[in-house]
Structures are given as structure tokens and as C-alpha cells.
Design a binder for this molecule. Sequence first.
Ligand SMILES: Nc1ncnc2c1ncn2[C@@H]1O[C@H](COP(=O)(O)OP(=O)(O)OP(=O)(O)O)[C@@H](O)[C@H]1O
Ligand SMILES: [Mg+2]
Length: 207
Amino acid sequence: MQETKIIGISGGSGSGKTTFVNRVRAESAGVDVLVLQLDHYYHDLSHLAPEARDRKNFDHPDSIDSSLLMTQLAELSKGRSVYRPTYDFATHTRSKETVQIFPAPVIILDGIFSLYWAEVRSILSLSIFVDVDDDVRFIRRLNRDVNERGRTVDGVIQQYLSTVKIMHDQNVAPQKQEADIVVRWMKYNDHAVSMVSGLIKNWAGMA
Ligand SMILES: Nc1ncnc2c1ncn2[C@@H]1O[C@H](COP(=O)(O)OP(=O)(O)OP(=O)(O)O)[C@@H](O)[C@H]1O
Ligand SMILES: [Mg+2]
């Protein structure tokens, strides 16, 4: 069997990682590409009282269960299916339901900490950082949180200044130094999408 190829995609919140991944996948039609969202791997906080859960810092990499992630990536690479956890953001707990995920020749790991852990980086065939200026990311986040999540402008600004910006500068921005390629995503960068999907098709023997 062919070796599993894992691509890690990081970048700040609101940079467009998921949009980029969706476009790459669409352009890689015919190749079985599994996308894993890092968000499902948050630690279960069911042992804490609800108020204590809300005080946790979800913008810090320690909030993610990286050892479970590593175990499951290793299993998938060996061609075995895994039961991926499902995270409930409303209660900050793992749902009882797990989702059976089947191995695929190409796996894309999408999340703000995808390139954070050396152990995870060591199993990647390609690492990508989606790079967007902070002001543009903030505007995208503000639009999303106000229009889709019912937040107030003041609330979004407050959260950005008190935690999001600091955590980004400390834990997310440095991952740019670890990336094989840095994709500018101020505009929809079609050439970058074609390059990455070209590589995926190449791995699959289609190009
Ligand atoms: N090149 C672009 N130009 C303009 N808007 C974009 C672009 N790429 C993505 N967007 C928009 O920006 C917002 C954030 O994009 P997306 O959800 O893909 O980011 P993300 O990096 O996956 O964020 P998160 O870390 O929160 O998952 C979305 O509303 C998306 O439609
Ligand atoms: Mg996303």
C-alpha cells in the first residue's frame, strides 16, 4: 500500500484555512482526501463546573489533546479506521457520539495549531501556513462573529484585545517559521490552490 501523505495547514483564526482546504479538495477531485479539523480534539472539560469551563483559554495549544491526535494520525497512517471525538462547543465537552473515520491516501489537518507540535510536524509530508495581515483577519472575524454568531462589536473587540491577539502572537504566528510554504490569502490565491492540488494529484499518480 502507498504511504499516507499528511498535510498540515495552520494560520491565524479567520485567515481562510478552511476556505483554502475546501478549494484544494475541490481541485483534487478523484483523489480520496480526508480533512481532519483540529477543533474536534479539544480536551473534554466535563470534570469542571460550567463556569470554570468558560474561563479556560481555548486559544492556547494546551487546550488540545495532541496525544490523542497523534495516536489517531498514526492509526490512520497504518490503514486503520479510528473513532474521532466530536466536540460540543456549547458545553466544552466531548459528545458521546464519535465519528468513524476511514484512512485515506491524503490527510489534511486543518487548525490554528496544526504546525505547533514538533511531533506532529515530524509526520507531515507538507506544511502550509496561510498568511493574512492581522487587520484583515480581525475584520473577517468581526464580520463572522457579529453576523453569524450574534456577538456585539464591543464584545468581539474586547475578546480580541484581551486574549485572541496575545495568543496569536505567542502561539500561532511563530508557526509560520515552521512551514514549508507560506500561502498569501488576502485574495483567493488560485495559483497556490493549483500548486497544492497538483502535488496531491501527483502523489496519487494522477498527474
Ligand atoms: N481570500 C479571501 N478573501 C476574502 N474573504 C475570505 C477569503 N478566504 C476566506 N474568507 C472568508 O473569511 C472568513 C474566514 O475564513 P475561514 O473560515 O476559511 O478561516 P479559518 O482560517 O478556517 O478560520 P478558523 O480558524 O476560525 O477556522 C470566512 O467568512 C470566509 O468566507
Ligand atoms: Mg477553519
